[in-house]
Design a protein around this ligand. Structure first.
Ligand code: SAH
Length: 221
């Protein structure tokens, strides 16, 4: 139809995004709601334009201030093991520029996300507003303390590596809830916690590599 310019605009990232989606499926990501979110959330919008040619490549990309946007596969893997349901409230630690929170906002009811660097938190808020993601609350704070005023959370996802499990986060996990978090320093291991009948169980999911969680009882650096 004439006059609908947006439908005629060339999607410059179509090829890159298709390749990313193929890689995710090849590596075993199969949650269809998550895959749909990964297909529709424009990852390049969370990356400085100077790095757009790498936007959909399967590695982290620098976003300034010594921080990165996480690799697509590890983001997908963490969200898949978390087991997010449409009615869930999710707490994310380490907003960065907001990519993972944006994905979560498409598959959960509400997302709280904590970032310690105010400039990144501001960029994330701007990204969410521009893209129309209105169910995300960005808080500037030390995420290792969690958000007691909004706890408990059904899902907690930590995007930076803690030297040990932050006790505050475990205590804010809801019954039948899950938390995924990288723990340790060289090597780091991804750990999935599950709370069932008041009991916490931990499953080791293997090695990973994240920027350090800074503050609280975790590594300084
Ligand atoms: N979720 C982001 C990943 C950002 S990298 C994405 O989807 O791309 C991890 C982020 O954790 C960095 O922005 C870093 O500043 C932040 N961070 C590190 N320690 C933190 C802490 N104690 N509290 C909150 N954010 C923290």
């Amino acid at each position: 139809m004439f006059g609908m310019n947006h439908s005629r605009r060339v999607d410059a990232f179509h090829g890159q995004r298709s390749r990313m989606m193929r890689q995710l499926r090849d590596r075993g990501i199969h949650d269809e709601r998550l895959l749909e979110a990964m297909r529709t959330v424009p990852r390049h919008e969370f990356i400085p334009p100077g790095s757009w040619e790498d936007a959909y490549a399967d590695h982290p990309v620098p976003v300034g201030l010594d921080q990165t946007i996480s690799q697509p596969y590890i983001v997908a893997f963490m969200i898949e093991v978390l087991g997010v349901e449409p009615s869930d409230t999710v707490l994310e630690i380490g907003t960065g520029t907001g990519y993972e929170a944006a994905l979560l906002s498409r598959i959960a009811a509400r997302v709280f996300t904590i970032e310690r660097i105010p400039l990144l938190a501001r960029q994330a808020r701007e990204n969410f507003a521009r893209l129309g993601y209105h169910n995300i609350e960005v808080v500037v704070a030390d995420g290792s303390e969690g958000l007691p005023q909004f706890a408990p959370f059904k899902r907690i996802i930590v995007a930076a590596a803690a030297s040990s499990t932050p006790a505050a986060l475990l205590s804010q996990l809801d019954e039948n809830g899950t938390m995924v978090i990288p723990i340790g320093t060289d090597p780091q291991e991804l750990v999935l916690f599950r709370k069932t009948a008041g009991q916490i169980t931990a499953t080791n999911l293997g090695g990973c590599r994240f920027v350090p969680l800074i503050g609280g009882d975790s590594v300084q650096g």
